[in-house]
Design a protein around this ligand. Structure first.
Ligand code: AMP
Ligand code: MG
Length: 505
């Protein structure tokens, strides 16, 4: 009796520590798609970063955020009250090859919480120790990749691109063995959910249509409730996922973002960018850009992202066949019809975004060609993708110099500029207004590779988080130019085509 009272008292304290209530909907509704497990303890853990604004959105007051009990939860040292901690099961096509048994090998879902807007959010620890899915891995993360995900995912969010979020970073105090010994890190990640295309591939592989259906129903109620009441909800679910992902990839393309590992286990059905590993932003425009050290064939190069989108969604379609129609042939026919829409839907999203990047709000059939011609000239002249659009906007305010300079005075570009200015005049709006509208969609700051490296090196090698924090704070307002911050807007001198990024494993 005494023992029970003791447990309840300390558990209640933990619940109050975060001031949130874990709902465990995945655990309750989707048995068969996870394994219950716990985090490794980290006795020498140290809190490095907490995200106050995200905490407030989640209803976690700052007093709770900075409490010892919150630290104990983020460090994996204590399980929150009424949380069923679990590792999710999923399969995945990795670089085109199917791996039936992946799953969270180094992550732990604490459960779901309602944020202050009433939306359900997953809270997950990443780098929390071995799980039943770890295979030969240690279940841990190195601190460098954890800081990288914290920075880049929050930058994506600030850029307005759907993304998982980062709530806290812990330095575990232990070393992890990779090709060398590295300090360990643990991140608390927040997501609309962690359901991946690979989750559906896994469910489909179990030859248990009820399980697959449970996953689809859960996905509908959590992400696409409007599809619940149509004639064929599972086909509508598929179409909704295709739509979200097409929009997401168009957003990546519009901002020069290269995910780096678009394996089906790294694609969230909610349409959020997830699993930041070797991702990076392109500098000089080159559609073949690849940064990931393991992507030797360039499968996930910048220019291939839209076709990989369809490839991945085709794997999802295959997984959904048993749900869409009783007759397999009919199911395939219906799913194929949706698949065929992905390319035009994607192109439409892309065109809307690219039009706004070059200051166009009206539609003209020649806009596509105008934009493609600009991209071709950018490639030919190795023009910085991010600065190009900001300098174009400046040219509308009578300052042609920066844009002509980055095109190195190219005559071809001068001709393009004249055609574009002519097209801009058809908008019937003052140039200044158009210029402002361009600056509102074209960031001046992106997490440039060389700045990310400087910040991570200082954090890891010198225990100095200041460069990281400064870069992070600049990235909170990526569309507003601040004088004196040129080191964050300028590309690296020379080329960064040999820059390599690594998976966070
Ligand atoms: P990722 O490259 O992060 O998308 O991970 C691919 C798969 O490898 C997932 O199933 C991960 O959970 C697993 N994994 C990655 N790193 C580790 C690790 N250090 N220990 C155990 N499993 C891992
Ligand atoms: Mg992954």
């Amino acid at each position: 009796m005494l023992k029970i009272i003791k447990v309840i008292t300390s558990s209640t304290m933990l619940e109050n520590a975060l001031g949130i209530d874990f709902q465990n909907t995945f655990a309750k509704d989707l048995e068969g798609l996870y394994k219950e497990t716990t985090a490794s303890v980290n006795p020498s853990a140290e809190m490095l970063l907490v995200n106050e604004s995200l905490a407030l959105e989640l209803g976690i007051g700052l007093d709770k955020l900075y409490s010892k009990n919150a630290f104990d939860i983020f460090s994996g040292n204590k399980k929150p009250f009424n949380s069923i901690t679990l590792a999710q099961a999923y399969s995945g096509h990795q670089f085109g090859h199917f791996n039936p048994n992946l799953g969270d090998g180094r992550a732990l879902l604490l459960g779901e919480v309602l944020n202050i807007k009433g939306e359900l959010r997953d809270i997950q620890l990443k780098g929390s120790g071995p799980t039943p899915f770890s295979r030969r891995g240690d279940g841990k993360s190195a601190l460098g990749p954890v800081l990288r995900e914290y920075l880049v995912s929050e930058s994506m969010y600030a850029l307005g691109i759907p993304s998982t979020r980062a709530l806290a970073v812990i330095k575990t105090g232990e070393q992890v063995k990779r090709d060398k010994s590295l300090p360990g890190g643990l991140m608390t990640r927040v997501a609309s959910s962690h359901i991946r295309i690979g989750t559906f591939e896994y469910a489909s592989l179990q030859n248990d249509t009820k399980l697959l259906q449970k996953l689809a129903d859960y996905s509908i109620s959590r992400h696409f409730p409007d599809t619940a009441n149509v004639e064929n909800p599972y086909l509508a679910l598929f179409a909704a996922i295709c739509n979200q992902q097409a929009s997401l990839i168009a957003n990546w393309m519009s901002i020069g973002f290269i995910h780096g590992v678009m394996n089906t286990d790294n694609m969230s059905i909610s349409g959020e960018t997830i699993d930041y590993g070797p991702c990076a932003f392109m500098n000089a425009y080159n559609p073949k850009t690849v940064f990931s050290s393991i992507d030797t064939q360039g499968r996930y190069a910048y220019q291939n992202q839209p076709s990989i989108l369809t490839w991945n969604l085709t794997r999802l379609a295959e997984a959904l066949i048993p749900l869409v129609h009783d007759k397999k042939d009919e199911s395939i026919k219906l799913l194929t019809e949706v698949l065929q829409l992905i390319k035009p839907v994607y192109t439409n999203y892309w065109l809307v975004l690219m039009r706004s990047k070059v200051g166009l709000s009206k539609e003209d059939p020649k806009d596509y060609e105008l934009i493609i011609n600009l991209l071709n000239l950018m490639e030919k002249n190795k023009v910085d993708f991010t600065l190009c659009f900001r300098f174009l906007a400046k040219s509308l305010n009578g300052n042609n110099k920066p844009i002509r300079n980055i095109f190195k005075g190219s005559k071809e570009f001068d001709s393009w500029l004249m055609i574009w200015q002519e097209r801009i005049s058809q908008e019937g709006m003052p140039d200044e207004k158009i210029s402002n509208s361009m600056d509102a969609v074209n960031p001046i700051y992106i997490p440039r590779n060389h700045n990310v490296e400087i910040a991570l090196q200082a954090a890891i090698q010198e225990n100095n988080l200041e460069p990281f924090k400064k870069l992070f704070s600049v990235m909170q307002n990526p569309y507003k130019e601040i004088s004196g911050m040129e080191e964050y807007s300028n590309p690296i001198k020379g080329s960064d085509s040999s820059y390599k990024t690594f998976c966070g494993t």
